[in-house]
Design a binder for this molecule. Sequence first.
Ligand code: ADP
Length: 523
Amino acid sequence: MGRNVTRLLLVDDDAGVLLTLEEVLKLEGFRVTTVSTGEDALAAIAREAPFDVILTDLRIQSTDGVTVLSAAHERDPSTVCIVLTGFASMESAIQALRHGASNYLLKPCNLDELKLTIRRGLERKRLSEALHDRVLDLEAANETIRAFSGQLEERVRAATAELAGRVQEAQESRRTLSAIIDSMSDGLLVYDDRGRVVLSNAYVRALFQMPEGFRGQTVKQVMDVTGEPPLEISQPDIDNVTHRDIRAAEFSTPGASPRDVRRVVSRVAAEDGTEIGLVVVYQDITERREVEKLKDDFLSIASHELKTPLTSILGYTQLLLRRSASDMAPSGGDFLRVIEAQSQRMKRLVDDLLDVSRIERRSLNVSRVPVDVVALAEEVVRGMKPTNPSHAFVVSVPSAPLLVLGDPDRLQQVIANLLSNAVKYSPDGGEVRVAVHNEGNDAAVEVRDEGIGIPADQLPHIFSRFFQAAPSVRSRRFGGMGLGLYISKGIIDELGGQLEAESTVGLGSCFRFTLPRYSISAP
Ligand code: ADP
């Protein structure tokens, strides 16, 4: 409770005044200490806890009111000092106010005015104490802020240093990356998701003679320089979804010294699968093309040159064979038959090589006349049966002819090749089925065997030039050059048809081609 009681020192040498005021103020709830001399007042101020209010006359015994005020103010600047005097003068009032008095009342004073003055003084004291507390709080907060800002500066400094390190690392890895892509022997362009070039390497700049690079260019601008076909086709469908078909391509660069270039495109996808760019790689295939052309030329010339002497060897052998056996030594006829058979085989090989070079040069020159594939298939089977007794040939054909527009010799060559493969790759014999049937607007010819089959990973390659499945094992065992299917496909393609294969290792294979059916009524 003591802390909340307002303590008041009353200084006056008039015992009557002291008594009256003491009583009045006590009734107001103040704890009042009364002294009648300046000395006692100074002693009370020095001895006791600071008073909340000092009410003093200016003229008192042994010392004056101003001295008392100074002492009280010194003891506690927040003490409310009110001067009471009977001798009003401006000078004494100013002096009192200078020494810390908060108010000045004239004796005899109105008690209500006195009480009001004390209350105001106390209110001011309370406010100034509160203000003081706020100031202290603010100073404490300032101190905390200063401490924080010190820490913050330290952190900012550390973060800046780390950032500088990272920037340097990033610059170094960027330098390494560009050194790597610049040392590539393929051209590289990287597009961002807006279709603008963000990266190009030294090779691509040299290949397309663009020393200033492609940075920032659009797909269209790049195409104008490189001469490449469109990179992607955007086609909104009915749902307004755009489907993009990115194209790999081979093309020649424009200009006085064109280069042959192969382009490979891949999408760059973010972790969530969205496309964030495209990577385009350009390979200069000019030299490879030249070498391929030289090879094709060699193939063509060599097979032509081989064919001429071979034709005459074969011709003369057959001529000799037709002569009477009596003209020759006993084994002469056998020798001639061997020579003829081997020459025929060699002729087939040379013919195959010639066909390959024709397909490569796109000069196969097939004729197009109505051909009955039913009769053709039956004829080929008839020719094969006698020489392959361990195979059962099953033919399933429609009763009526099935016409296509094609080259009879070439079609026979295809069917013969498929059949001889069926026989060759079913070394343990078995059934060889040949089926011909109508299939919509097409005629389909199917050759099915129960032979060794083709491994799934090799199936896509069997129509390639010189390809033989697992060649080290097979070629020696089965012979051949891996050209039959390539040529067959070349012929069927040329006639506008399709040749396909299905196969299961150990169970057998099925080759089938389709060609558009020819009807007499067709124009
Ligand atoms: P070749 O028979 O002269 O090797 P082909 O072009 O006719 O050349 O055939 C290519 C390859 O396809 C063969 O080497 C063989 O591995 C495989 N092949 C073709 N036909 C069959 C078949 N009916 N059964 C199993 N493999 C086959």
